[in-house]
Write a protein that binds this ligand. Structure first.
Ligand code: SAM
Length: 285
């Protein structure tokens, strides 16, 4: 079968390509263009507006790091809100904690969820099987605007980049509504872009600047995601009360007995140790 080369411009003169063995699906929704591919090395993967989202091969890295870090800081988290996350990987990891009571997931584009259920059961296969998960198909900003104060212990912003439908999820208004929606013990983790290439660095710094004004505690932590531009990516850790290292509870987390392929207690501490150029960027913001 002829190979179709999927290519993403990381910046205007740097490109990332995968030879797809099959182009499984192509569709344009009112929000974005969705494509699913199959490949030898990364397995199935999907893109939104031509940008890489999730591959079967490396999704565990992103979903481990967005989910387990906050649970190791406040293991008593019970009510979780996921914004975006249509592939289901974040909900899947959160649902592994038996003590979690509710997982509300607000995804703007129902087609992402339905297509991931069809083509990526590794991440989306359990979305309709766990009664604690409720799916809302609406804009995340509109959702947090109307939610009752102190409704959630944890908000996970598993969003696309701040262009297109994801733009509102990087605004001061969004972070302010999230702050109100969180309990006094609340933690927010967000997809925080990357420090390496200019365009992503600008987005990262803007998000940091805004979050810092809303939350008393804000920092970033890093992980290695082979398919994202430069491979070096960040999550933001914003909190009303808990510090990600001073309040880290490795023993309590380890007692949950979850087997993880990327996250562990040593990595938790290491992920917050930032390269000098990233520290400088954040200090100067
Ligand atoms: N982990 C991947 C990444 O960061 O590239 C993908 C995360 S997930 C696929 C991102 C989801 O956010 C998409 O399904 C998209 O439809 C959703 N999304 C974008 N803007 C949104 C908004 N304003 N409200 C709710 N969901 C949104």
């Amino acid at each position: 079968m002829a190979l179709k080369r999927y290519t993403e411009a990381w910046v205007d003169d740097v490109f990332f390509s995968i030879d797809a063995t099959e182009h499984l699906h192509h569709e344009t929704t009112p929000f974005q263009t969705i494509d699913f591919y199959a490949s030898k090395t990364f397995g199935r993967f999907f893109t939104l507006d031509g940008l890489m989202m999730v591959t079967e091969r490396d999704e565990f890295i992103y979903h481990d790091m967005i989910s387990h870090v906050p649970l190791a800081v406040n293991p008593a988290i019970k009510k979780v809100l996921i914004i975006g996350g249509g592939d289901g990987g974040t909900a899947r990891e959160i649902a592994r904690y038996k003590h979690i009571e509710t997982i509300d997931m607000v995804e703007i584009d129902e087609r992402v969820v339905r297509l991931c259920q069809q083509y990526l059961p590794i991440t989306a296969g359990m979305l309709d099987k766990d009664p604690r998960i409720t799916l809302y198909f609406e804009d995340g900003l509109a959702y947090v605007k109307q939610v009752a104060p102190a409704s959630y212990d944890l908000i996970l912003v598993d969003s696309t980049d701040p262009i297109g439908p994801g733009e509102g999820l990087f605004t001061q208004a969004f972070y302010t509504h999230c702050f109100k929606a969180l309990t006094d013990e609340g933690i927010l983790i967000n997809q925080h872009e990357s420090p390496f290439f200019d365009v992503y660095r600008e987005a990262m710094l803007k998000a940091h600047k805004k979050l810092k004004t809303v939350f008393p505690i804000h920092t970033v932590y890093q992980f290695h995601q082979p398919i994202y531009p430069s491979g070096h990516w960040l999550f933001g850790f914003a909190s009303k009360k808990y510090h990600p290292l001073q309040d880290h509870q490795p023993k309590t987390w380890e007692a949950f007995g979850l087997k993880t392929r990327y996250y562990n207690s040593d990595l938790h501490r290491g992920a917050f140790a930032l390269p000098s150029y990233v520290k400088d960027l954040l200090d100067h913001e």
